[in-house]
Unconditional design. Structure first.
Length: 374
């Protein structure tokens, strides 16, 4: 249940829903995935072992997602599921509540904070209404759910921590692989023949650190052996003040070949620019898992759990947050160390296959689902 997500799509959320649905279907389960209606796609189709149900509501904004309840209730009666999974959203809950009304076990997958962070505007607005309706709804979902999974237990209410298991996202290690590397793709991306390609992929939110990365790139503008690729963001074309290409938004299916064409992956998070991260780094860093699966050494920041995923000197390099000088220095260090890049890339590939694949994620989910459905 992720009725606010478009699948196929370009965001981390859409990738998450797609890979979980496919992964559980590959493990032999009958999967019915409820996502948002999409132009050019049928309201129901079976693809990749998954039954995709596309629904909508009015007004169409995500804030009114709760109005999908009637469609979800009808689907629940038609499909008769044995267990319900819902991807948490503050104004969602239609899947968890439909399961509760039918006395079905349910799993709430929490990827963003259910609790309010210090200084939260949402909490302030909620407090203006004495009964705090938004907090009450969020907490109701946690109470009604049979179990929860989250990348960080600190983002769920204390009363629900005992029924919350920690899981991380992953990468499709079959699709994202160093074996996808090709000279043809490097030429298509206009990477100079002798250059080290440094790639960033993401949605260009302020806390993703694109501003820091571009400042670092401008510092090494004179180096002909370094070329930057930025995938995602609002535009494609030539960047300003540094050597590289802005690739714009790309289909998920194209990303494995793009990442395999690169030599270094960067994830320079600037966590001070998102107040919710005061609760802790609750993201499962999809881009990092995909870099590692593609055999790239990773440059990122030393925040838990990133410092456990990417061990300095083994799978990559850590740099201080919001420090373009340190980031430029780390990039140049890797650019000049082909043997080190290869060694870190191999270690990263091995680590993500062992610990951080979507297959591993679905194994964890299946274990929880079997327990609550028994």
């Amino acid at each position: 249940m992720a009725s606010d997500q478009v699948v196929p799509g370009h965001t981390g959320g859409s990738v998450h829903v797609l890979e979980v649905a496919r992964g559980l279907a590959a493990r032999g389960h009958e999967v019915h995935a409820v996502v948002h209606r999409q132009s050019g796609r049928p309201d129901h189709e079976a693809e990749g072992g998954v039954h995709w149900h596309r629904i909508a509501w009015r007004p169409p904004h995500r804030l009114f997602r709760f109005r999908a309840r009637r469609a979800v209730e009808a689907l629940a009666d038609a499909v008769k599921p044995e267990v319900v999974i819902e991807r948490y959203y503050n104004f969602g809950g239609e899947g968890i509540l439909a399961a509760a009304r039918r006395r079905l076990p349910s799993l709430l997958e929490v990827n963003s904070p259910v609790v309010d962070h210090p200084g939260s505007l949402k909490a302030f607005l909620d407090a203006l209404i004495v009964v705090r309706p938004m907090r009450a709804r969020r907490e109701r979902l946690c109470r009604e759910a049979t179990a929860l999974v989250a990348p960080l237990v600190d983002i769920v209410p204390a009363f629900a921590s005992g029924k919350t298991e920690t899981v991380t996202w992953g990468a499709d290690v079959a699709a994202f692989s160093p074996t996808r590397r090709s000279d043809a793709m490097r030429r298509e991306l206009e990477i100079p023949e002798s250059a080290v390609a440094v790639v960033f992929s993401g949605s260009f939110r302020p806390w993703h650190g694109v501003r820091v990365l571009e400042a670092a790139a401008r510092m090494v503008h004179g180096r002909a052996d370094v070329f930057f690729l930025l995938a995602g963001g609002p535009r494609a074309g030539a960047p300003r003040g540094y050597r590289g290409r802005l690739l714009g938004t790309l289909p998920y299916e194209r990303m494995p070949a793009v990442l395999a064409a690169a030599d270094v992956g960067v994830a320079p998070y600037d966590t001070a620019r998102l107040r919710q991260l005061r609760l802790g780094f609750y993201w499962s860093p999809l881009k990092i898992f995909e870099y590692m699966a593609s055999g790239l050494p990773v440059v990122t920041v030393p925040r838990p759990p990133l410092d456990e995923i990417v061990r300095p000197g083994l799978e990559g390099v850590h740099v201080p947050e919001a420090d373009p000088t340190a980031l430029a220095r780390a990039i140049l260090g890797l650019a000049g160390d082909a043997a080190g890049r290869a060694r870190m890339g191999r270690s990263g590939r091995e680590r993500v296959v062992e610990r951080y694949s979507w297959a591993r994620h679905c194994e964890q989910l299946e274990r929880v689902l079997r327990r609550i459905a028994s």
